[in-house]
Design a protein around this ligand. Structure first.
Ligand code: KIV
Ligand code: ZN
Length: 499
């Protein structure tokens, strides 16, 4: 019989604290619903006293989701707890997460206090929170650098005061897995009332050990893990939820089970990455673009013969439809044929030979070839649904000259041309586009990312354009970033609902 491991997601609190990752209310609700579908047990929805926005978000998330417990963070301060209680009023299941720093550094420099006084404040906060909610989680901030004997005293006192979950954060990401595991074991063995609460891990990734530390905690008795989607979070981030879920699923010997529906992992990873404008590194475990890609000829050959030669996880188990054979200049005809067939393109040998020749020419210019590339090579018209298409784009720009763009569009088959200047090449190109498509529209969001590394790679552009009070999302990808930007803008326009 496996033990239940509870998953506490803090993407919307510790994750959202990262500069540039802030979400609006609607986006937070979208993520919260995704987390509910994923099967997390607890959603930490915010730190309500920190801002009116956080307070509102906890209220709205509480209304939007049903099954997970909604948790609000506080300091060990009455006023914080009062605000958290108010923000949780619509939650079907609620938890207050209160706590205080326990390491010598925190006690001396943050609180100018002493160990006994910290225990008093911790106990008072837990008792106060318990007046309002049944579930109180206590965090001992910087527990990673707190002496184990003192930590055990704190934990015993807050359990006696009514806390049922005790969070042991490695706030600075300092611990080694063996140290963190020993800490959890020490508490399991030395806290007299440990049977009345569960221990939770909360590991940061400053030294790249968050997942290893979390698993060491689980293997030594912790039964709740705190993590974020894609491992986002303060500095180097938190423990990645997807990694913990797949480790527990893949290793029977750990003997714990979570409620995570692993097939929802990839979709929520994409959602969080795009809403938070936080690209996932290509080689990120489980959800990185290359996580299931095999680029060397030997690996490709092995995988085509039997997938288990080089894969320990079935990509479908994490919600990725098929594994990805990475096409590069070293790939053979078999790999190309396989990839074409995955895209429903079945070529006879002479056609395949021709496409393969063109493929090698392109692969010499680009590090890896995408599905879109090979579909173009095989003659598929990717633009067929677009009413407005880019015909040509010419841009002059540089240092000390005024950027000018000349652009041609095909609108329902008819050609239109315009030229404009701007404060940069993209501004000039968009201004030229707007001279042809004369509508009241406003660019709301604009991000450019490179797909791989290197100056010969594709630029990916995400845009949001507002038109008649509705916001439309568009995407473009091109080795020319001005071209990608125009494509993204046109993608938005092609989605406009014209009355
Ligand atoms: O890292 C940390 O210590 C925290 C606590 C506030 C739980 O995020
Ligand atoms: Zn944290």
């Amino acid at each position: 019989m496996k033990d239940r491991l509870f998953v506490f997601d803090t993407t919307l609190r510790d994750g959202e604290q990262v500069p540039g990752c802030q979400l609006n209310k609607v986006e937070k609700i979208q993520v919260a619903r995704g987390l509910e579908a994923l099967g997390v047990d607890v959603i930490e929805a915010g730190f309500p006293v920190s801002s009116p926005g956080d307070f509102e978000s906890v209220i709205e998330i509480s209304k939007a989701v049903t099954w997970p417990t909604i948790c609000a963070l506080t300091r060990a301060v009455k006023g914080d707890i009062d605000v958290a209680v108010e923000s949780l009023k619509f939650a079907k299941r609620k938890r207050i997460h209160t706590g205080i720093g326990t390491s010598p550094t925190h006690i001396k420099y943050k609180f100018n206090s002493n160990q006994d006084e910290i225990i008093e404040r911790a106990v008072a906060a837990v008792k106060y929170a318990r007046r309002f909610v049944d579930e109180v989680e206590f965090y001992a901030e910087d527990a990673g650098r707190t002496d184990n004997a003192y930590l055990a005293k704190v934990v015993q006192a807050v359990i006696a005061a009514g806390a049922s979950v005790i969070n042991i954060p490695d706030t600075t990401g300092y611990c080694l897995p063996s140290q963190y595991g020993d800490k959890i074991r020490f508490l399991m063995e030395h806290v007299e009332n440990m049977d009345q609460a569960i221990l939770s891990t909360h590991c940061h990734n400053d030294l790249g050990m968050a997942t290893a530390n979390t698993m060491a905690g689980v293997q030594n008795g912790a039964r709740q893990v705190e993590c974020t989607i894609n491992g986002i979070g303060e500095r180097a981030g938190n423990t990645a939820l997807e990694e913990i879920a797949m480790i527990c699923k893949s290793h029977e010997s750990i003997a714990v089970e979570t409620n995570i529906n692993t097939r929802k992992i990839y979709p929520i990873s994409r959602m969080v990455s795009s809403l938070m404008n936080m690209p996932v590194q290509a080689n990120k475990a489980i959800v990185g673009r290359n996580a299931f890609s095999h680029s060397s000829g030997i690996h490709q050959d092995g995988v085509l013969k039997n997938i288990q030669t080089y894969e320990i996880i079935n990509p479908e188990d994490v919600g990725i439809a098929e594994n990805h054979i990475l096409l590069t200049a070293r790939s053979g005809r078999a790999a190309l044929k396989h990839r074409l067939e995955m895209n429903d393109i079945h070529l006879k040998q002479p056609e395949l030979d021709k496409v393969y020749e063109e493929f090698l020419v392109l692969a010499d210019k680009k590090k890896s070839i995408t599905d879109d590339d090979i579909m173009i090579l095989a003659g598929k018209d990717l633009n067929r649904k677009q009413r407005i298409k880019l015909d040509f784009l010419q841009v002059t720009s540089g240092v000390g000259v005024k950027p000018v763009a000349c652009l041609g569009l095909l609108i329902a088959g008819e050609k239109f041309e315009a030229a404009a200047s701007g404060n940069g090449p993209i501004d000039a190109a968009i201004s030229a586009l707007k001279k042809i498509v004369c509508r009241e529209m406003e660019l709301k969001e604009f991000t450019i990312q490179s797909i791989d590394q290197g100056s010969n790679d594709m630029g990916k552009v995400h845009m949001q354009v507002e038109y008649e009070k509705k916001v439309y999302y568009g995407f473009g990808a091109n080795t020319d970033i001005v071209g990608a930007s125009v494509e993204a803008y046109l993608d938005c326009i092609n989605k406009f609902k014209i009355n």
